[in-house]
Design a binder for this molecule. Structure first.
Ligand code: CDP
Length: 255
């Protein structure tokens, strides 16, 4: 997440409870008379490892807007569930965990869960798979809705995920559905992990990615499908710069 005034969840030791997500003391309220909903949103959705995060961050930086990595919230909820000893199948406890997630997003991009810096921990494949498993529960998705919408602030928000354009910000000014072939996505994810010093096997990444695609696309709640009014952008043969350029061109050319 970028920007010093990007909202964060609560700081605090508790993980399970009934309260709505709280906001860090450092978060500034939206100034009086300014409707946060008026801030434009660019929604970038797509399957795992399609490059959404990189593209969305670059587009946000280019426009000077805020950025929401909604997948990080699902990953944080999955990590909190693992730490609380909750399984991935019972929506009740998982929704309570998601609703009171003690998240903190620092301006330098570090992500905390309570007092712990979990920036790297949430990127583990096991946590990504857990995120995909808890994301099938409607109660978990509902619990994360207000937290996600809280990131919408002037001058604008670029949000990436699976359902940014279809559910979370249906009135987004621009919706992009970013895809790439499964092989090229596995290859990108492999390079990303190796660069971070995390060992990874290309073949098993490809299998994981196909399993996750199938689960994300077939779930009954907020399945991974392009919003009706989304622009589908296949980045298989595009560089990052070219893909960012296409999104910015779509933004400039909008109605
Ligand atoms: O990095 P990758 O694209 O694999 O995943 P992510 O964007 O960090 O999201 C992790 C998981 O959370 C995904 O596999 C989805 O199942 C879930 N997710 C979701 O259901 N809805 C979102 N808006 C974002 C993520």
């Amino acid at each position: 997440m970028t920007g010093s005034d990007v909202p964060s969840g609560a700081d605090g030791p508790e993980v399970v409870g009934a309260a709505a997500p709280r906001v860090d003391a450092g978060t500034r309220p939206v100034p009086a008379g300014l409707d946060a909903r008026a801030a434009p949103v660019i929604a970038i959705d797509g399957p795992t490892a399609s490059g959404k995060g990189t593209i969305a961050q670059r587009v946000a930086a280019n426009l000077g807007w805020h950025y929401l990595d909604s997948g990080a919230l699902y990953r944080l909820a999955a990590l909190a569930a693992i730490r609380a000893g909750a399984g991935f199948d019972d929506p009740g406890p998982l929704a309570r965990i998601a609703a009171t997630l003690p998240v903190g997003f620092a301006p330098d991009g570090r992500i905390r869960l309570g007092a712990d810096d979990v920036t790297d921990a949430i990127r583990a494949e096991a946590v990504g798979n857990g995120a995909s498993r808890i994301a099938v529960h409607g109660a978990v998705r509902d619990a994360l809705l207000a937290l996600q919408r809280g990131f919408r602030r002037p001058p604008g928000l670029v949000a990436d995920g699976r359902d940014m354009g279809s559910v979370v910000f249906p009135d987004a000014a621009l919706k992009v559905f970013l895809t790439a072939s499964a092989e090229s996505r596995a290859d990108r994810r492999h390079k990303q992990l190796i660069e971070k010093g995390i060992s990874a096997n290309l073949w098993s990444l490809l299998q994981d990615l196909r399993t996750r695609d199938a689960r994300d696309a077939s779930r009954s709640v907020a399945p991974l499908v392009p919003a009706e009014d989304a622009h589908v952008l296949d980045s298989t043969t595009l560089t990052v710069d070219e893909t960012v350029g296409r999104v910015l061109a779509l933004w400039s050319a909008r109605g």
